[in-house]
Design a protein around this ligand. Structure first.
Ligand code: FBP
Length: 551
């Protein structure tokens, strides 16, 4: 028996279509520079922290006389953070781009994420190796990790290891936090007059690394297609069995882009948007009421079933829980050693209860013990609560059940309610990339190779005009500092790439808001089905609803 499935075999031979300019011989690719840039906010602070890399211009590649270096180079690449479909194509696009510039150039992959650089764990990425991973999902070619590189010692170790290998540039494939690290590293190397360049690629299924210059992060397209297929299947099951309410938590960390995209694609009965909850200052009770209202109004029509989509980060946006989390984050950062020395969940819960402000203690006390424990679980290396570990779907199943029981006692409703929890996240993160993500990632990798050949550092590779066929995309680079602002992390103000949350004034949310009442009361489910790789363009190249509506 073969060790690859027929689909795997076929995807390995798929040839991504590059933006036309990147298909030209390297001697015909010129660099076009825009105006000097400004950070998205806190300009003075960011400029002071990034004196060498602040203010660089946006750049794009155009047909013309090349100023790209074709010197043979050794380049490092690292995959950072959560998996996102298409990561392997960033590596293959980078590999092919480097070889196009000079056949003698070599690519090294640091193993297991950023710690691979500081700990000197790497492999050489050869043609034979990359050919096994083209157009495949996952990050398994070199693995990934969430170690944050931030100390002077780590930077020195990275520099020493890369110099020993003869590496002149590093490509960081990561989300907002990892690319913030990339910006800091680029500045560090530039300030030390070290010749090591750093370029990033915008990765994350969460869709929150986007802005006026970056239209979407890679992986969002595929992951939301996988989740929407599953949600569509669950909705069809609802229509058939007519007996369950499915509470589906969807990955996405703080931002609700994934929930909104899946809501638009499947027209589920309820789709919560954390950013709206925050804007309306909705309490947990009000969020509960919104779902319970849908249960009751559907029950009145004999529909004792439904689908609720819950963004992973919801709890961080419910005002009383948000304030609680901010307090907990600061407390756990400042009192880390003492807190970590406590044995068992009960001792930890008692410890924080004794130290919380009155309002946060009230919010904490209102939560079931399981959720309390989840809120105290380890922070990620960037100091964030790991929202994937908080079972918000179960929390809401409980609060909705309680509200319906209360209404029953009061004689207000007798709705049948049988809820089931789901969490879709890991199911979509390592999926075979869609045609869009295959092309997008390959273009990003290729653009990264050209940015390095142009001698640039502190940039994020970009491809724009994404609703057009990939041959028409504009490839280039965006200065990392342009996307930065100051935010509170680990109890301190830090320069970070600004996370893009769902904008309530933008078209995707407005379209959703205009239709959700109907979707809540009636059965207007859509069944997107599995990702298609062949067939008519309207099914094989279907863009995200978010991108379509935004444009
Ligand atoms: P990135 O931000 O690194 O792309 O990760 C995205 C994500 O999939 C989130 O949606 C989720 O909250 C988190 O990773 C889960 O992290 P882990 O893999 O550590 O469980």
């Amino acid at each position: 028996m073969s060790n690859v499935s027929p689909l795997q075999k076929s995807r390995l031979s798929f040839k991504p279509v590059l933006p036309a300019v990147l298909k030209l011989p390297a001697s015909g690719i010129a660099l076009k520079k825009g105006r000097s840039s400004q950070s998205v906010a806190d300009q003075a602070a960011i400029k002071t922290l990034f004196p060498k890399t602040y203010g660089q211009p946006e750049v794009s590649f155009v047909k013309g006389k090349s100023s790209l270096s074709s010197k043979a180079q050794k380049i490092g690449v690292v995959l950072s953070g959560g998996q996102a479909p298409g990561g392997h194509n960033v590596v293959s696009g980078l590999f092919d781009g480097l070889k196009k510039l000079n056949k003698k150039s070599r690519l090294f992959g640091f193993l297991g994420g950023p710690s691979g650089i500081s700990e000197n764990k790497y492999i050489e990425i050869t043609a034979a190796l990359i050919d096994k991973y083209r157009n495949t999902g996952g990050f398994d070619i070199i693995g990934s990790g969430r170690t944050k590189l931030e100390s002077e010692e780590q930077f020195q170790a990275c520099e020493k290891n890369m110099k020993a290998l003869g590496i002149s540039a590093l490509v960081v494939v990561g989300g907002d936090d990892s690319n913030t690290n990339a910006a800091v590293l680029a500045e560090y190397f530039a300030a030390k007059k070290s010749a090591i360049q750093v370029v990033g690629a915008p990765k994350t299924i969460d869709g929150d690394l986007k802005n006026r210059q970056i239209e979407t992060s890679f992986g969002f397209d595929t992951a939301t297609k996988v989740f929407s297929e599953l949600i569509g299947n669950v909705s069809r099951d609802c229509l058939s069995a007519k007996k369950y309410w499915h509470f589906i938590k969807l990955m996405g960390r703080s931002a609700s882009h994934i929930a909104l995209e899946c809501g638009l694609k499947t027209q589920a009965n309820v789709c919560l948007i954390s950013e709206e909850v925050a804007a309306k200052n909705q309490t947990l009770d009000q969020v509960t009421q919104q779902i319970a209202d849908s249960v009751v109004s559907r029950a009145a029509k004999g529909k004792n079933y439904g689908v609720v989509l819950i963004p992973e980060g919801l709890v961080e946006f419910i005002p009383e829980i948000k304030a609680l989390i901010v307090e907990l984050n600061d407390m756990l950062a400042l009192e880390e050693t003492e807190f970590n020395s406590l044995e068992g969940s009960k001792a930890k819960i008692d410890y924080v209860k004794a130290r919380l402000s009155l309002s946060s203690k009230t919010a904490f006390d209102s939560l079931p013990e399981e959720i309390q424990g989840q809120l105290l679980a380890d922070r990620d290396p960037h100091g964030n609560v790991q929202v994937s570990r908080i079972e918000t779907e179960k929390l809401l199943m409980g609060t909705v059940s309680a509200k319906l029981a209360k209404w029953k006692n009061e004689g207000k409703s007798n709705a049948k309610f049988s809820p089931l929890p789901h969490f879709f996240g890991y199911e979509g993160r390592a999926a075979n990339p869609s045609n869009f993500d295959s092309n997008y990632c390959y273009a990003l990798g290729s653009a990264a190779a050209m940015l390095l050949a142009a001698g640039l550092t502190g940039y994020l590779a970009s491809a724009r005009g994404l609703l057009k066929p990939s041959s028409k995309w504009i490839a280039g680079g965006i200065p990392l500092t342009m996307m930065m602002n100051m935010e509170r992390r680990h109890g301190q103000e830090k320069p970070v790439i600004r996370k893009a949350l769902v904008e309530l004034e933008a078209k995707p949310f407005k379209f959703f808001a205009a239709h959700r009442d109907l979707w809540s009361k009636e059965d207007h489910y859509l069944f997107p089905g599995a990702i298609q790789y062949w067939g008519p363009s309207e099914v094989a190249d279907i863009p995200t609803e978010t991108l379509k509506l935004e444009k």
